[in-house]
Write a protein that binds this ligand. Structure first.
Ligand code: UD1
Ligand code: UDP
Length: 384
């Protein structure tokens, strides 16, 4: 084999953020020919990341349509990938995480008997409906994959328990930490006037995000009512909510969150300002997977607006608490952190259970090893 042709497939914002540094590492590796295919399951939120990392996809399926169901997305990806694979015939495809793009990208590759590497493999909540449909997407991608790049030892153990062969699982750390570390700057200056004018010393800035499907409906009503109550009862707090572009979420936010001076709903931020906003925040409220991995590295307490998490490592380390979706519980947990300095200090520890910034380098080494470009199995100090 002359060069190893590796096709990276991604489609949503979080996959793009976590795959971007890997694409850069693949491009720098002389033994590898890197090909990028985006499904554009997200359009604007994907393009923001592509611009930031200066990635120009070789293929763009452009599948996003407003109001489409998961079935619509999956059909469009499966059909779109077929043509791309027939033309390109990569040696390996890399998919990431737990979205429709992940699972269907892997399924399409399987149909063409192309080898599959699953990046961010082995996370499990144990409940197939939470996160929904992500827990199932991740499991199904695992079944289809030949190589499993597990961020942590506990993800590795999950895969072993499910019977995956040890020699195909590699503990690499999470590529999100590679991405995050390249973004954080001391004295970062925001382009957004609101974020630049905030007094991060005198005010306590709470960053929130909320978008997950299992929270649509009643749980999200509980979350939004809690946030409103916190904004009203704590005038020294500024809440910043860069809202997801999903219209179902925007309708509810317009109904429940408008009209308060210290609660700001803003458009999604580019990753660089968002990462630096996390770094300046006092506290994070989120149902996002990626932010649960990023914020611990920055020493910020995180309250997770979900009933369960497939990312227990930072909970065990004490910087993350899973508070659920009930209004009263969220208000109590936030008030505790705002009013009790000791509780706050106990959670505000920088811990890095998810990576050390070298995950992409490790994944590239594994691919070279599995395809005979290097003789010895890479030895990783990470996670052991
Ligand atoms: C998707 C993933 C979810 C992931 C999330 C990250 C699935 C089933 N869901 O959920 O796992 O956590 O992305 O954000 O794979 N939209 C835009 N512009 C954008 C992005 C979205 O307008 O740049 C709107 C569109 O109307 C789109 C809708 O949001 O149809 C929903 O997008 P979709 O990918 O179906 O689901 P998400 O909730 O974003
Ligand atoms: N993020 C961003 N801009 C924003 C909000 C989030 O760049 O306005 C980043 C965040 O730092 C994290 C990722 O987007 O890396 C999380 O994406 P999302 O919440 O859409 O998905 P999830 O993590 O739940 O899969």
């Amino acid at each position: 084999m002359e060069r190893l042709k590796v096709m990276t497939i991604f489609g949503t914002r979080p996959e793009a953020i976590k795959m971007a540094p890997l694409v850069k590492s693949l491009e720098r590796t002389k033994e590898i020919e890197s090909v990028v295919c985006v499904t554009a399951q997200h359009r604007e939120m994907l393009d923001m990341v592509l611009r930031l990392f200066d990635i120009k996809p070789d293929y763009d399926l452009n599948i996003m349509k407003h109001g489409q169901t998961i079935a619509d997305i999956n059909i469009a990806i499966l059909k779109g990938m077929e043509g791309v694979f027939e033309k390109e015939r990569p040696d390996v495809v890399l998919v990431h995480g737990d979205t429709s793009t992940t699972f269907i990208g892997a399924l399409a590759a399987f149909y063409q008997k192309i080898k599959i590497g699953h990046v961010e493999a082995g996370l499990r909540s144990g409940n197939i409906y939470s996160p929904y449909p992500e827990e199932m997407n991740r499991r199904l991608a695992g079944v289809l994959a030949n190589y499993h790049f597990a961020p942590t030892m506990s993800n590795y153990q999950n895969l072993l328990r499910e019977g995956y062969a040890e020699e195909n699982i590699f503990v690499t750390g999470n590529t999100v930490i590679d991405a995050l570390l390249s973004m954080i700057k001391t004295d970062y200056c925001f382009k957004e006037a609101l974020l630049n004018q905030l007094d991060y010393e005198e005010k306590r800035v709470i960053v929130m995000t909320c978008h997950r499907r299992e929270n649509w409906g009643e749980p999200m009503v509980g979350i939004f009512k809690a946030v409103r109550e916190i904004a009203k009862s704590h005038k020294d707090v500024e809440i910043i909510y860069p809202i997801h572009m999903n219209p179902s979420i925007r309708v509810l936010a317009d109904e429940l969150l408008l009209g308060l001076d210290n609660l700001h709903i803003i458009e999604p931020l580019d990753y660089e300002p968002f990462a630096n906003l996390l770094n300046k925040a006092y506290l994070i409220l989120t149902d996002s997977g990626g932010i649960q991995e990023e914020a611990p590295a920055l020493g910020k307490p995180i309250l997770v607006l979900r009933e369960e998490t497939e990312r227990p490592e930072a909970v065990e380390a004490g910087t993350v608490r899973v508070v659920g979706v009930q209004q009263r519980k969220i208000v109590e947990a936030v008030s505790e952190l705002l009013e009790n300095k000791e509780s706050y200090d106990q959670m505000a520890n920088a811990v890095n259970p998810y990576g050390d910034g070298r995950a992409c380098e490790r994944i590239v080494q594994c691919l070279l090893y599995m395809h005979g470009f290097v003789k010895d199995k890479p030895e990783f100090p990470w996670g052991e």
